[in-house]
Design a protein around this ligand. Structure first.
Ligand SMILES: [Zn+2]
Length: 340
């Protein structure tokens, strides 16, 4: 594929191509927006366009040696950094600095793509800031983040911020149609909420079921009976991320649909169930029980807890606390069993 094949991110593409046209590619770009909407693909294909040997209308040819090597992850001048155990350490930033101090060996520009950039710990972030302070026109650093608020302000302000948005449903359908069975399409479209990367990750459905199971446990079990079910920190993070998505989905649903319609209109209710409820779960749709302010403060609280996880929070205490937050967000759920 090429950069122009990125679906549903016209605004971002205009900025990317605009810089290529003026031959003024910035030295640091932050690609922000939800997970699963094409940030990584865009970054890789931008690196291809910049380094392509035979570019076509500013875009990459997708055929030359350089394009092929970048796609295969073996181009000497294009590196992709991903967090290890949810963390980017200072050693990694030092390696980046070292690599940037050398001239591009086979491409036109050195490109460093840092996925999950918010995972930089404070030492790494401070070291990285110095890298950003002395930009070279021969380098391009692309930060990818679905949680840009967790980056240092000083890092954010030194990057050109290119925002990515969830795709309209018809475009999302186009992207996932090759990977999703026709009979699962509507279900996956509703679940993924315009994030094709989610729908296509093999584990998405399973993770969603796991998330809902634990949420049901938190909300419907008597508080004293509800016991921690997270195996490790990674599971807590994944769960909190999914909870944030759930809360966001509820907000979107509340803004776009009338709340009483959810209760009265069976068609909308089905949508509601597949959107934010486990298929089998009954009772009031979740969205109908939540107040907007309750969801927003719960969302903030979950983000705060996620940020604190690196300080080795006790799993059981975290479980109990998150349970309380979710119970408060989902009004009137305290006394109801899952089949009530
Ligand atoms: Zn090429």
């Amino acid at each position: 594929m090429a950069l122009r094949d990125i679906v549903g991110q016209e605004k971002a593409l205009r900025i990317f191509f605009g810089a290529l046209r003026r031959n003024r590619v910035p030295s640091a770009i932050l690609l922000s927006g939800d997970a699963g909407i094409g940030k990584r693909l865009a970054a890789i294909n931008y690196a291809k366009a910049i380094n392509c040997v035979h570019p076509i209308d500013l875009d990459c040819c997708d055929k030359c040696n350089s394009c092929k090597k970048i796609d295969a992850g073996i181009h000497l001048d294009v590196s992709i950094i991903i967090p290890e155990n949810d963390e980017i350490r200072i050693e990694v930033i030092r390696r980046i600095e070292e690599s940037l101090s050398l001239k591009a060996s086979e491409g036109k520009k050195k490109v460093i793509i840092i996925e999950g950039a918010e995972a930089m710990n404070i030492y790494a972030a401070n070291a990285f800031l110095k890298t950003l302070e002395e930009p070279s026109p021969d380098d391009l650093i692309m930060l990818i983040s679905s949680n840009p608020d967790m980056l240092l302000d000083t890092i954010r302000s030194r990057c050109i911020n290119i925002r990515f948005y969830p795709l309209p449903l018809d475009k999302c359908r186009d992207v996932i149609s090759k990977n999703i069975k026709a009979e699962e399409m509507d279900f996956m479209l509703n679940l993924s909420m315009g994030r094709p990367g989610f729908a296509m990750s093999g584990n998405f459905k399973k993770e969603r079921e796991w998330f809902m199971e634990l949420l049901n446990d938190m909300i419907y079990q008597a508080l004293r009976k509800s016991k921690n079910r997270w195996a490790d920190k990674g599971e807590i993070k994944l769960w909190l991320d999914m909870a944030s998505i759930l809360l966001r989905d509820i907000v979107v649903f509340k803004i776009t649909c009338k709340e009483d319609a959810i209760l009265l209109n069976s068609k909308l209710r089905v949508t509601d169930n597949s959107l934010i409820n486990d298929d089998k779960s009954k009772g009031l749709p979740l969205a109908a029980r939540c107040s907007m302010s309750g969801i927003l403060s719960a969302h903030q609280e979950l983000q705060r807890i996620r940020g604190l996880l690196d300080f080795n929070l006790n799993k059981s205490i975290t479980w109990n606390y998150v349970s309380t937050v979710m119970r408060q967000a989902i009004k009137g759920s305290k006394m109801e069993g899952i089949n009530a």
